[in-house]
Design a protein around this ligand. Structure first.
Ligand code: PLP
Length: 482
């Protein structure tokens, strides 16, 4: 039940019961109180308004009589669910009418799980949620929720909990060859937030940020929202072209790259290219934003260390996330910040949303410390390898004539190129109608020269589902070709 704002003016000559009646009626007509919503008891409202109970009882009786309110014996008083629509609409200001239209749309919309393709086959960026060690996680979250002290419920360090930062630093050093101390790890709400914070620190008015072409549209969005003027730099088989980057001018203050597993094409940046990029950064006193979003999974060779670990000049800002290794809704990501930039990053992070929720941070720290995380990663490598293989088998069996696999070496998605004449946006539209969720490769390009292809996520679907989905994709492709 909500508390209620009912304006009362004790100096006006209007009786209190009338003011309370008018206030509630107005709130109902304006949509501030919605049909079916519970209103406070007369006793509670009298206390809240600091009046005797009598005027509140009188106002409620009148509203019940006029059917603005419904009383349900034993369960309280509610805004009438049967208020005539035209009564509500005719007296409602535009903002209230908009809210109501929004509520109607939400009621008619599919469940929230279907946000942007939900759990559909080929949905990008989705890990195997069915394999997540839910019991261990739930045990830790509830243990930490129960044990939360008042200090832990108060405002917390913008940098994040020391326990989590230490556990992440340990993991990054061992698994990703990142050179870091816990003191450099800044916890944020996902890598999307990390990019916003980085842009806030590194980008001044008129500065440019080089971005891979093609690249992750979310990164472009975060960097431009942070004020960057984006400069696209093509990606070839070795990663971002450093010779092309050098031609983009002195205003380029930073380069955003995905060296372990280029998003979306899947290339991993060669050692020579990494050294050239680091050389560019140190000569130009520019920064490299390394987005290491799903590097933990590599199927053809050992995972490469992070670019950050090769950097001897402190020019790399490393960004990681738990979205792909745990689940996206956990909303925990992190940056590894070169020490001279540390305070500016903390200040910028604080300016955004102060700090990340401490309950998930403390549960996550223990999840790492107790070894659940390492175990989960190890197990998932096998799961994803099988899912990837099922996808490749299905593609070869059902879609071989219409596409070629561009890269399937790592990560949670396979990039395929469509045969000439097939428009990826069209194909994706047809796929959506058949219940498949895919991303058109062309949407990852900023410039006019775009390759037509599909990004097929395999992390979130079982092998059986993937095989079936490739059969349907084959039908879609044949229909689109003819
Ligand atoms: C390359 C890349 N960077 C960043 C993100 C954003 O991830 P997060 O959920 O950590 O904000 C994604 C999400 O799919 C991604 O693919």
């Amino acid at each position: 039940m909500t508390t209620l704002h009912v304006p009362i003016d004790r100096s006006s000559g209007i009786p209190l019961h009338r003011q309370i009646y008018d206030g509630l009626r107005r709130a109902i007509l304006d949509g501030l109180l919605r049909p079916g919503q519970r209103v406070p008891s007369t006793r509670a409202l009298a206390v809240e308004l600091d009046v005797s109970r009598l005027p509140v009882l009188t106002a409620y009786e009148q509203l019940l009589h006029e059917r603005y309110l419904d009383g349900r014996t034993g369960s309280g008083t509610f805004v009438s669910a049967a208020l005539p629509d035209d009564l509500l609409r005719s007296s409602r200001p535009p903002a209230a009418a908009m809210r109501e239209a929004g509520a109607r749309r939400a009621a008619a919309a599919p469940p929230a799980a279907l946000y942007e393709g939900g759990l559909g086959p080929f949905r990008m960026s989705l890990p195997a949620l069915d394999q997540f060690p839910h019991a261990a996680w739930a045990r830790l979250v509830s243990r930490h929720a129960r044990a939360q002290t008042r200090a832990e419920m108060a405002y917390s360090d913008p940098a994040g909990l020391v326990s989590l930062r230490a556990a992440i630093a340990e993991h990054l050093r061992a698994a990703r060859a990142v050179r870091c101390e816990a003191e450099q790890v800044l916890i944020v709400s996902g890598s999307q937030a990390a990019l916003r914070v980085a842009a806030a620190v590194l980008v001044a008015r008129g500065d440019r940020v080089a971005v891979e072409e093609p690249s992750y549209p979310g990164a472009r969005a975060a960097l431009s929202a942070g004020g960057a003027d984006l400069a696209s730099v093509p990606v070839d088989d070795e990663g971002m072209s450093v010779p092309a980057l050098r031609t983009r001018g002195a205003r380029v203050r930073a380069a955003y790259v995905t060296p372990s597993h280029q998003y979306p094409l899947g290339t991993s940046m060669t050692a020579a290219r990494r050294l050239a990029l680091l050389d560019w950064a140190s000569r130009h006193e520019a920064w490299v934003l390394e987005d290491d979003y799903d590097s933990e999974y590599r199927y053809v060779s050992r995972p490469l260390g992070a670019l950050q670990g090769m950097d001897t000049h402190g020019r790399v800002i490393y960004i990681g996330t738990f979205s792909k290794v745990l689940f996206p809704a956990v909303r925990v990501g992190y940056l590894v910040v070169p020490p001279p930039l540390w305070q500016r990053f903390v200040d910028a992070r604080k300016a955004f949303d102060l700090f990340s929720p401490t309950l998930y941070q403390s549960a996550l720290a223990e999840f790492l410390r107790e070894g659940h995380f390492a175990r989960h990663l190890r197990r998932m490598r096998g799961v994803y390898l099988k899912r990837r293989d099922a996808l490749l088998t299905g593609l070869a069996r059902h879609c071989g004539d219409s596409l070629t696999v561009h890269n399937a070496d790592a990560g949670l998605h396979v990039a395929v190129l469509l045969s000439p004449g097939l428009d990826d946006a069209d194909v994706v539209r047809h796929m959506t109608r058949r219940g498949l969720t895919a991303t058109a490769l062309s949407t990852c390009y900023a410039g006019p020269s775009r390759r037509s292809g599909l990004l097929l996520g395999f992390g979130g679907s079982t092998e059986r589902r993937l095989l079936e989905a490739t059969r349907v994709l084959g039908e879609v492709l044949r229909a689109s070709t003819s």
